[in-house]
Ligand binder design. Structure first.
Ligand code: PEP
Length: 248
């Protein structure tokens, strides 16, 4: 049984006063069957970690540099994230792939850096609207997995987030069967990379316009092991409604 993971990606949102939302999530976290994670901007990680310590809600980063330290102005290493209290890091989000030209091989190197620092890497993959329209979804996803997920991936170190780019922040979601098709395919590719046992244990979560209204249906898909939630994770009430759907 893979425990569901509900992860909030705050993106470039959140000031000190937003920590109250994380505290609110923590208040209701103890009754949850699902694992909860909040990935705030770098500036809030340390303070959020202090607030959430012992509550069962984890804190994560949204990206990391491949190196542990060095002359990389503005970058943050996986070791620095761990030092700030993070346990997870999102890597290869489509916004980084699109706006920062991150390639599969860079993502792969960052995943290895996350492992080196003892962090769980949440590796994002997903097709664009035109790729789906031209019937290339599985081909693209296959290429992204083999390029981005290093050998040695295991459930304690790696989560894969399937996030169709056209679904992020748009309110549009794939159908039940489209999500199931991709998740089943990702599972078969993970088994090839990580072997049968580890490949079957790694969680595959769905991301793209998950909200309190559609979460129950998305979580009812047998191959969905949780969600990566953007916009709807900014308000504790919505995030908790989504988390409740994962638990039931
Ligand atoms: C995301 O950016 O990871 C995401 C899933 O965003 P949203 O939920 O807002 O579509």
């Amino acid at each position: 049984m893979r425990c569901k993971l509900v992860a909030g990606n705050w993106k470039m949102n959140g000031m000190g006063q937003s920590l109250g939302q994380a505290e609110e999530v923590a208040k209701f976290a103890s009754g949850q069957d699902a694992e909860l994670l909040i990935c705030p901007p770098f500036t809030l990680i340390s303070r959020m970690h202090d607030l959430l310590q012992g509550t069962g809600v984890f804190v994560g980063g949204q990206d990391c540099h491949a190196n542990a330290s060095g002359p990389n102005t503005g970058d943050i290493s996986a070791e620095m994230l761990a030092d700030s209290g993070a346990t997870h890091v999102i890597i290869g989000h489509s916004e980084r792939r699109q706006h920062h030209d991150e390639t599969d091989s860079q993502v792969r190197t960052k995943v290895a850096a996350a492992w080196r620092a003892g962090l769980v890497a949440i590796v994002c993959i997903g097709e664009s609207e035109s790729m789906r329209a031209s019937g290339r979804t599985l081909e693209v996803v296959k290429e992204q997995i083999s390029g981005s997920v290093p050998h040695g991936a295991a459930s304690g170190s790696t989560v894969v987030a399937y996030e169709p780019i056209w679904s992020i922040g748009t309110g549009k979601t794939p159908s039940h069967s489209e999500i199931a098709e991709v998740h089943d395919f990702v599972r078969s590719e993970l088994v090839k990379i990580a072997g049968k046992e580890s490949g079957n244990e790694i969680r595959i979560i769905y991301g793209g316009s998950v909200n309190p209204k559609n979460a129950a249906e998305i979580f009812s898909i047998q191959s969905v092991d949780g969600a990566l939630v953007g916009g709807a994770s900014l308000q504790a009430a919505d995030f908790l409604l989504i988390a409740n759907c994962a638990a039931s």
